[in-house]
Structure formats: C-alpha cells, structure tokens
Design a binder for this molecule. Sequence first.
Ligand code: 5GP
Length: 180
Amino acid sequence: MKDIKTLKKLIPADVLNKRIKELADEINKTYSTDEPLNLICVLRGAVMFFCELSKHLKMPVNMEFISLSSYGNSTNSSGKINRANIILPDFNNQNVLIVEDIIDTGLTLDFLIKYINQNCAAKSTKLAVLFDKKCARKYDVKPNFCAFEVDNKFIVGFGLDYMGYYRNLDYIGYFEDFSE
Ligand code: 5GP
C-alpha cells in the first residue's frame, strides 16, 4: 500500500459529479424514455460511476453486475482476463449499456462486448466509461459515452483501486511515481 499523503488530486468530486450528470443527459437523449435500458456494471471499479450515472437516467433501468479483471494487483494490464464471473440474462432484444471505470488497452471491453453480442440477444450494446486512456489502446474499442480522457497515469479513487484500496475516495488522484 502507498502513503495516501503522497496522492495528488487530479479531479475533484464536484467536477466528477457534474460531468457524470452531463453524460447521463447525453444517454437520456440517445435512448427512448419508454424503452427499458439494461445497465451492466463491471465490478468492482465501475461501482461509484454506475451508481452516480444511473441516478440521473430517465428510462426504466435494469441493473446487472459482473466481475472482470485484467490488472490484478498490478498497475499494468496482464494482457489476459484474470477473473471472469459473468452471469447475464437473455436481454430479449432490449438495449444494453456497459458501464466501466476506464478503458486502457481495451482487452476487458473487447472481451465483454463480444461475449454479450454472442450470448445475450441484445438489441444494441453500447459502452459508457468514466475514463478513456486512449494512449494505451491495443484493441479496437471506442466508448459511445466518455466522461474524461486521461493520459498515461495510474489513477485511483471513485471506485478505482490500487491493490484493493482507495476506491472509497470521492475524487480522482494519482501517485507521481506510477506515471510514465
Ligand atoms: P484494459 O482491459 O482496457 O487493459 O484495462 C481495463 C481495466 O484495467 C480497468 O477496468 C481497470 O480495472 C484497470 N485499469 C486501467 N487503467 C487503470 C488506472 O489508471 N487505474 C486503476 N486503478 N485501474 C486501471
């Protein structure tokens, strides 16, 4: 674990919450308010973003939770999906929105989008992310809704962890010695 006193603040809580509300407004404009939307929360990193975003959505929302990881306890992608715990229903030709904390190489979301398209009978599968680390991309995955772009820093807070810690912070921070 690292000393929280060395954590630098990158995005304060009020900026995060304001931008998530704007993203929810974009999502409300994209989908019909009469049609159900199936939100998939990718645990555990997306949990705070998922809760905050879903509060502002106007259509009937079904919530699903799955667990996927490509990082483990490291600050770099392992290049493979380490833990996959996916139990999803058949979506019966309804819209699906995956909610993820951050796209880095794109491995996790490339895997998940293909999985849903092959197994879950979704009408459409779109992707909302809190952060896009575009500079690290190795797979051809683009978010439909993105709150912030971030450069090659290892960030923590608002659901994002380092070795399981710091998810509870209401802001985004980074440790300088993890930067490239
Ligand atoms: P990818 O599969 O796109 O390479 O990696 C996505 C996953 O890596 C994210 O869901 C997240 O768990 C982790 N990740 C990528 N970048 C960061 C980061 O800067 N901070 C934290 N805490 N996790 C990250």
